[in-house]
Design a protein around this ligand. Structure first.
Ligand code: FER
Length: 247
């Protein structure tokens, strides 16, 4: 494992690159955590290990305001994450050993995967949104985020969620309101693997079904009984990722 930082327009992003034993040239998957998440979460490590087992190198990177990357959590926005992800894609494309490139992310990282998939459609062999939180722009337009409500036309400077114990700058909402995920779904013709627990209480499973229908070439693997982070169902998550790369 190699640990380093990737520069994204002056912001240092914490990264770890894992390669299968004795690997030469081969595929690489970029792997991104969710909102308040980081690269050492159990479900992220597990997905990384499933990819390594399938002979795929994995580049885990923490986005703005998360993990050991620079930036303040409360000041993160989806535009900052998109800028970060574009820097990571550019870095990944510069690596000599990379043949095929993949992008995978969990939840808000899954939403990011869907956005960057559309923006950089030619760069990816496939994208893998896991429990993708692609309702965020929609609910922000409706005046809701993190289970808290606000006036969608007069966005407060800061919102705080009692449920989550997190605060967010109003700019998070301003940015999210401008994003139309359907446009980026439309722009991606490549293969998509969606993995989602059908008892997810954070991101409704129905969004995974809707995404599967909207994409031209998507397969949804439902994880029955699983919650947002696949707790108690990690073996099935691992199997879904492994068999995707082995087929
Ligand atoms: C929200 C619901 C889900 C939200 C973020 C998420 C910022 C993301 C969850 C995750 O990435 O795990 O209302 O608001």
């Amino acid at each position: 494992m190699e640990e380093f930082f990737i520069n994204s327009d002056g912001i240092k992003l914490h990264a770890k690159l894992d390669r299968p034993e004795g690997a030469g040239k081969g595929p690489l998957c970029i792997l991104i955590h969710g909102f308040t998440g980081h690269m050492e979460e159990e479900h992220i490590i597990l997905v990384k290990d499933a990819m390594l087992k399938a002979n795929v190198s994995v580049l885990r990177v923490e986005m703005y305001g998360h993990g050991q990357s620079e930036g303040e959590f409360e000041k993160h926005t989806l535009y900052k994450w998109v800028t970060n992800a574009l820097s990571v894609v550019e870095y990944a494309k510069s690596l000599d050993f990379v043949t095929d490139l993949y992008l995978c992310g969990h939840s808000q990282g899954g939403l990011l995967t869907m956005l960057v998939g559309g923006m950089c459609a030619d760069d990816f062999k496939a994208i893998i949104p896991m429990s993708p939180a692609w309702m965020i722009p929609e609910i922000c337009r409706e005046g809701m985020v993190l289970g808290t409500t606000f006036d969608a036309k007069h966005i407060p400077d800061r919102i705080f969620s009692e449920d989550w114990g997190w605060g967010l700058n109003g700019d998070y909402i301003r940015v999210a309101q401008t994003i139309h995920v359907e446009d980026e779904i439309e722009r991606y013709d490549g293969e998509v693997l969606i993995i989602h627990g059908d008892e997810d209480a954070t991101v409704p499973f129905s969004y995974a079904e809707k995404a599967e229908k909207l994409y031209k070439n998507a397969k949804l693997v439902p994880i029955h009984g699983a919650d947002h982070c696949f707790e108690g169902h990690l073996d099935e998550l691992s199997e879904a990722v492994y068999s995707f790369f082995m087929n």
